[in-house]
Design a protein around this ligand. Structure first.
Ligand code: ATP
Ligand code: MG
Length: 269
């Protein structure tokens, strides 16, 4: 299947214009063919994860960011749900606790980075420290301004020590968010997902967009790329995310570890 993931990658140093990027892009693909391809890719991702676990050399960190109702939870379920839970863990980052606030903002993040052999998904992340923190002026500007470089240094360290980093921004429009909020409010089983405070964040859409654009532009690196994932067509979103992860893991050229015993000498009775 002809799926170009590279055009969704943010080139280092280039600040993306999010309004100019269609959020309902489907890459010219058909839904039924995409579903079939997704099943194939999920099976491949599963194999790669087993290899990563067996080899115990590499780890993968997937950072997920989006506006509310951007589909972080459903992406996690669709892409990581089919994998062996022994090798995958999800960490959600909420507003920091009073203990976390007593430390630097990366303290709680570093602690959750994946050990070798495993995949870790960040549902929100240290990027909140240049997103919500910036939009709501939770720290003075001179402090959050320094964070782009601090985040780059931190990710460089984590990468150099054996963790592959992929960062995914799930891209939706303001109109689409409204539609999703309406749907949530129309369904009692979805009310728990709605927080009246989400409307306060929604009112600052433009500020969040600028904050996302700067974070993506300043922190997309060859070794820790940001991708802008068009997220309004969920089948395309799932396909693209899975393809990116499969390509990334294949790039590690992993192999199963060689046994430290002679297989020929083993006698099974
Ligand atoms: P989500 O909205 O991600 O689906 P949720 O609704 O279960 O999750 P929320 O209570 O909305 O959970 O938790 C996420 C909230 O925590 C967001 O409003 C986010 O901006 C906030 N948050 C995360 N990290 C930080 C941070 N470093 N500083 C301040 N607020 C943060
Ligand atoms: Mg929320």
């Amino acid at each position: 299947m002809n799926l170009d993931t590279d055009r969704h990658r943010v080139l280092p140093g280039i600040v993306p214009d999010l309004d100019a990027i269609p959020a309902d892009d489907t890459g010219g693909l058909e839904k039924s063919a995409a579903r079939k391809e997704l099943r194939r890719l999920l099976a491949r991702l599963d194999e790669l994860q087993v290899m990563m676990y067996a080899q115990g050399k590499h780890s993968l960190l997937v950072v997920l960011q989006a506006m509310d109702a951007g589909g972080k939870d459903s992406t996690i379920r669709a892409v990581f749900g089919p994998l062996n839970p022994q090798g995958v863990q999800v960490t959600g980052f909420k507003a920091p606790s009073s203990l976390e606030l007593k430390h630097d903002y990366l303290w709680r993040v570093h602690d959750q980075c994946p050990p070798r052999g495993t995949i870790r998904v960040f549902n929100r992340s240290h990027y909140e420290d240049v997103l919500v923190v910036r939009v709501k002026s939770l720290v003075p500007e001179e402090r959050w301004r320094r964070r782009y470089e601090q985040i780059n240094d931190f990710e460089r360290l984590v990468h150099d020590e054996g963790t592959t980093i992929v960062k995914l921004y799930l891209h939706i429009t303001k109109d689409y968010q409204l539609e999703r909020f309406r749907r949530r409010l129309a369904r009692p089983d979805k009310h728990w997902k709605f927080n009246p405070n989400d409307l306060v964040e929604r009112a600052r859409w433009g500020d969040y967009r600028s904050a996302f654009e700067e974070a993506l532009g300043r922190c997309s690196k060859m070794h820790a790329p940001w991708y802008v994932i068009p997220a309004e067509r969920r089948w395309y979103r799932n396909l693209l995310v899975t393809r990116i992860l499969v390509d990334t893991l294949e790039g590690l050229n992993m192999s199963y570890p060689k046994p430290d015993f002679d297989v020929e000498q083993i006698v099974l009775e």
